[in-house]
Design a protein around this ligand. Structure first.
Ligand code: HEC
Length: 162
């Protein structure tokens, strides 16, 4: 190699190493960049399957979004169910699904046709399954406040003041 070539070669090596170093530094210092999906379920596969069967039969997705699945045409502004088990417990869900008038538990701001229907007509077993599954839908702590805020906005139509 001629001297000129060596200089160019060393120059390239320095630039490449510099970029690699910068990226490594960036990866190690900015852990906020990608925390992943904040929603998860603690349910067993069997519980998930039986609850989602009821969820499909009752067409909950006609109004709600869960695991990014929802009815885009109806676009009812119902709360998103991802992470909902971090906002209520199993007993609450069971009461809610069993109530003849769910709005006595959670008031609605919507027209009657968009409101949460009563599921008191489902069998006790079905309501228990749904309640257990809803309670298993959790959100990571770092996204809990966001989830609360989004729920509050859906329920009231207002932004939540801190
Ligand atoms: C006709 C639309 C509609 C259908 C169908 C529906 N929901 Fe709802 N749901 C709502 C609305 C709207 C609310 C918010 C309260 C209200 O406005 O009545 C709600 C509230 C809820 C809540 C409480 C959410 C919170 O923020 O606390 C849960 C849990 C829930 N629904 C689960 C279900 C499940 C499970 C099904 C199916 C078995 C279902 N919903 C079917 C419209 C619907």
């Amino acid at each position: 190699m001629k001297l000129g070539e060596k200089v160019v070669f060393v120059g390239i090596v320095i630039v490449v190493a510099g970029f690699m170093g910068r990226n490594l530094w960036y990866l190690n210092t900015t852990q906020e960049v990608d925390k992943g999906i904040p929603y998860y379920s603690t349910a067993s596969a069997a519980l998930g399957r039986s609850a989602m069967d009821i969820y499909r039969q009752q067409n909950c997705k006609g109004c709600h979004s869960l695991w990014t699945v929802r009815d885009l045409i109806k676009a009812v502004p119902a709360p998103i169910l991802d992470g909902i088990g971090s906002l209520h417990d199993e007993g609450w869900f069971y009461q809610y699904f069993s109530a003849a008038n769910p709005q006595s538990i959670l008031p609605s701001r919507l027209k009657a046709e968009y409101r949460m229907p009563s599921y008191a007509h489902l069998s006790e077993n079905e309501r228990r399954l749904l309640a257990r599954y809803m309670a298993s839908l959790r959100v990571q702590d770092w996204y809990l406040e966001e989830t609360r805020k989004a729920e509050h906005e859906k329920l009231t139509g207002e932004e939540r003041r801190p």
